[in-house]
Structure formats: structure tokens, C-alpha cells
Design a protein around this ligand. Structure first.
Ligand code: GDP
Ligand code: IMO
Ligand code: MG
Length: 425
């Protein structure tokens, strides 16, 4: 049997997962999303075109690769339909080509889940999570609360009754908030999208993925969000509602832990975060603004400005440990092209001590990052396509990170396009 490789974010999301899954997809027979939902925005660029995927795996543009939306994903039928309509309009129709299947055990995001997300965030005021307002939290709550509706339920004769029962419950909860809403339009769009979703092949992802492995085929699990947004190990409560770590690929697809192969950990040459919560290396100054502008650090899903800061080595070490990362992928090196000096956080000072891990009370006490200065390369790297062309100072930045993190960097990304990718080892 072959094994499932996993690609996931080591920071707070938006590391460039979509781009790299697309680059790697020719090596795989199946790309499988295992958690999260349309809170994700995965950007791919090739041939002068740009696509943002929310629910659909990033292998969809590769002719020979199958794509699975796994049981651990939460699906908004309206958004999934829109994604597929957009792809069709752009001449890439995955349904016609039979390249997409969805897990019948994946949970559905209802319009009222989005309302609950919004009502909750509104009530929290300045303490809000900064959720994408896609209904992710309330949908996973209904999943673990054993109330949820699943893709497979859409084909049952009493689906509408089940829907009404859950919506009644949501309306009851919403009546306790001062929150105005009108469901009519959304509900019509929801049922139209449900009819469409029924036409996509439904599978049991556990049998589907293990079937690929038995036949010796290659599978890549595509993560969403990032390790520091993991429900258990992220900066709780400023996290998403799923396990974004390698373990999530097991439960989110139905594969055993010993079926996990390579784990690709992807990170930016600096760091970003969108939404609330701690960010020790955040630069709330013109340097941060410079990173934001040069790196186009605005959310692919919500358009929100991303908070920017220097790379955080203790946080990366933590993420590597949690995920069992075997190879690193460094993204957006080009964004640092213009800097005379860049910085890397090697430790924190916290409660009078020097520590090299993320402390539990990171929410209430901001650790002070201890920064190491690194000479910039002051070279445009966006057009380099050979390892020998990597400027010496960028090569030594990579070597420094490899030494600190004890994992090799396999790929280096120097621009958003597919072709701006170098294989280092
Ligand atoms: P994901 O959620 O991890 O797939 O990442 P996003 O798509 O949300 O954000 C990554 C952004 O950086 C997108 O706009 C990509 O097009 C862009 N991008 C990816 N790799 C690079 C790179 O190496 N350099 C630059 N400048 N942009 C990149
Ligand atoms: P991709 O896959 C970056 C953040 C939100 C918020 C928190 C909770 O593109 O990397 P949620 O809507 O999940 O309840 O929001 O998580 N968040 C992301 N940040 N990239 C993402 O996905 C994200 N998905 C959620 O901003 O802080
Ligand atoms: Mg994103």
C-alpha cells in the first residue's frame, strides 16, 4: 500500500497552500481536502490567470488528478455551487470531467449557521474572534453536538423536515440575541444549491481514499488554515473549529495514522495573521505595512488586511513537532527582496524568563520576541529558476532556518505563479 502525504500550513493560514498543492498535483492521483470549509481561500496562478478556491481541492486544474472533499470538511452548498459555476465559466468544468467527489459524511453549513456566527461575533464586540463569518464554528458545534446535517442526508426523503428541525433550533437560539435577519433569499439559494450538490458523486471518503492506497496510487491531503489556528493547539479561543494538524487528515478522510507518509510543512519567509488573537512578532509599524503592501497581504476570502510580522521560530518548531513535518516549503521569499535587514524571532522573553516555546498564557501576557538580524539579499528573485541563482544571503537565511528547525527546505517559492517555484533537494 502507498501512503498519504500531507501538506499543511505551519503558521496562521494563507501560507500559499493552494499554489503548492497545484504545483505538486501532477505527482498525485488524488488531492483530498480534510478539514475546514469556505473560511479557506486558496489562490492559484498560472498562464496569467488567477483562481481562488474555498472548498474545492487545489488539484482541480491538473488533468489526471481526482479531487475529494473529505468528511472532515464543512460544506456551504451555495459557495460550492458558486465555485463550480465559476470554474465552468472559465473553461474548467470538474463535474463534466468527473474530477470531483464529495464525502457523504461531510457536514453542511446552513444559512442559519452563518447567522449564528455573525450574531455571536456581534455580541462579543471587541473580544470577537474575527471569524470569516462563514458559519464554520456553529456548523462544527452542531457536528460534535450530534445535530448536524450531512451531505448524504440530502438524498433522504425527509431532508426538508430534518432541515426545518435544525433551523427551528437555530431560530430559538437567535431569539436570545439582538440580531435582525431575513432568511428568505438565502434559503431559496440553499435549496437550489442542494439540488446541484446531489448531482456530484457522493462517496465514503474512508473507503475511497483507502481504495486508492490499496491500488498503489498516490494521495495528497490538503490542509486549510494553519497549525496555530488548530482547535486544540492553536491560540485558543482565537482559532478555527477544526484540527488543522496532520491528525486532522486521519479523522477528516478516514485513514489510519500509520498510513501517513511525507508531511510538507509550508510557511512564509515572514509571518501573517488575519483576525484577532496573539501574534508575538507582529509589526504594527511601517515595516509591517511594507510587508503587507509588497506581499499583497489582504485576505483571499474576506479581503481583510492581514497583520504582518517577522518569522517566529518557536512557533514554527511547535508546528513541526505537532505535525511530524518531514519537509519544509518556504513561500514568498521575494517579498523580502527589498529589505536591507530582515529579522527572525529565535526566543521569547516572558514573565522575566527566556523561553523557546509558545506559552499557555500567550493571550493575556504578550511575550517579547527576541530577534536575530539577518542581512537581506537586495536582489529580485522573482525570475530565478535555478538553485545556483539563489542569492547568497537568501541561501544563508534558508540554511539558518534549516539548522534551527532541523528539517530540510524542499521547495522555495519566489512569486505567486506556478512556475515561480524551485526544488532545492
Ligand atoms: P493559502 O490559503 O495557504 O492557499 O494562501 P492564500 O492563497 O490565502 O495566500 C497566499 C497569497 O500569496 C496568494 O495571493 C498567492 O497568490 C500568493 N503567493 C503564493 N506564493 C507566493 C510567493 O512565493 N510570492 C508571492 N509574492 N506571492 C505568493
Ligand atoms: P486558509 O485555508 C487565514 C481565521 C479567521 C479567524 C479564525 C476563525 O486560506 O489558510 P473561522 O471563520 O474559521 O471561524 O475564523 O481563523 N481563519 C483563517 N485565517 N487563513 C484561513 O484559511 C483562515 N480560516 C480561518 O480569520 O481569525
Ligand atoms: Mg488563504
Amino acid at each position: 500500500m502507498t501512503q498519504v502525504d500531507v501538506l499543511l500550513g505551519l503558521q496562521w493560514g494563507d501560507e500559499g497552500k493552494g499554489k503548492i498543492v497545484d504545483v505538486l498535483s501532477p505527482q498525485y492521483d488524488l488531492i483530498a481536502r480534510f478539514q475546514g470549509g469556505p473560511n479557506a481561500g486558496h489562490t492559484l496562478e498560472f498562464d496569467g490567470k488567477k483562481f481562488v478556491l474555498n472548498t474545492i481541492p487545489s488539484g482541480i486544474f491538473n488533468e489526471k488528478t481526482m479531487n475529494l472533499i473529505g468528511n472532515g470538511v464543512v460544506i456551504d452548498p451555495i459557495i460550492l455551487k458558486r465555485e463550480l459555476d465559476n470554474l465552468k465559466a472559465a473553461g474548467h468544468d470538474p463535474i463534466a470531467k468527473g474530477k470531483l467527489v464529495i464525502a457523504r459524511k461531510a457536514h453542511l453549513i446552513l444559512p442559519t449557521h452563518q447567522l449564528l456566527d455573525a450574531a455571536n461575533e456581534q455580541r462579543m464586540g471587541k473580544d470577537k474572534i474575527g471569524s470569516t463569518l462563514k458559519g464554520i464554528g456553529p456548523t462544527y458545534m452542531d457536528k460534535t453536538g450530534r445535530n448536524g446535517l450531512r451531505v448524504g442526508d440530502t438524498t433522504l426523503p425527509d431532508f426538508k423536515e430534518r432541515y426545518n428541525k435544525l433551523v427551528e433550533k437555530h431560530k430559538e437560539i437567535l431569539s436570545h440575541y439582538e440580531f435582525e435577519y431575513d432568511l428568505t433569499e438565502k434559503e431559496a439559494a440553499f435549496f437550489e444549491a442542494i439540488e446541484f450538490i446531489k448531482s456530484i458523486p457522493h462517496v465514503d471518503s474512508e473507503h475511497y481514499v483507502n481504495g486508492f492506497l490499496k491500488e498503489g496510487k498516490k494521495v495528497l491531503a490538503e490542509g486549510a488554515q494553519g497549525t496555530l489556528l488548530d482547535i486544540d493547539f492553536g491560540s485558543y479561543p482565537f482559532v478555527t473549529s477544526s484540527n488543522t494538524t496532520t491528525a486532522g487528515a486521519c479523522t477528516g478522510l478516514g485513514i489510519a495514522p500509520n498510513r501517513i507518509g511525507n508531511v510538507y510543512g509550508i510557511f512564509k519567509a515572514y509571518c501573517t495573521r488575519v483576525g484577532g488573537g496573539p501574534f508575538p512578532t507582529e509589526l504594527d509599524d511601517e515595516v509591517g505595512e511594507n510587508l503587507r503592501q509588497v506581499g499583497h497581504e489582504f485576505g483571499a476570502t474576506t479581503g481583510r488586511a492581514r497583520r504582518c510580522g517577522w518569522i517566529d521560530i518557536p512557533a514554527l518548531k511547535y508546528a513541526i513537532m505537532l505535525n511530524g513535518v518531514t519537509e519544509l516549503i518556504m513561500m514568498k521569499a521575494d517579498v523580502l527582496d527589498g529589505f536591507d535587514t530582515i529579522y527572525a524571532c529565535t526566543h521569547y522573553e516572558h514573565n522575566g524568563e527566556t523561553i523557546d516555546y509558545m506559552p499557555y498564557d500567550i493571550i493575556s501576557v504578550k511575550p517579547t520576541p527576541v530577534l536575530k538580524a539577518i542581512a537581506g539579499w537586495k536582489t529580485d528573485v522573482t525570475k530565478i529558476n535555478k538553485v545556483e541563482e539563489i542569492p547568497a544571503n537568501l541561501a544563508s537565511y534558508i540554511a539558518f532556518l534549516e539548522k534551527e528547525l532541523e528539517v530540510p527546505v524542499k521547495y522555495l517559492s519566489v512569486g505567486p505563479d506556478r512556475v515561480q517555484t524551485l526544488e532545492l533537494i
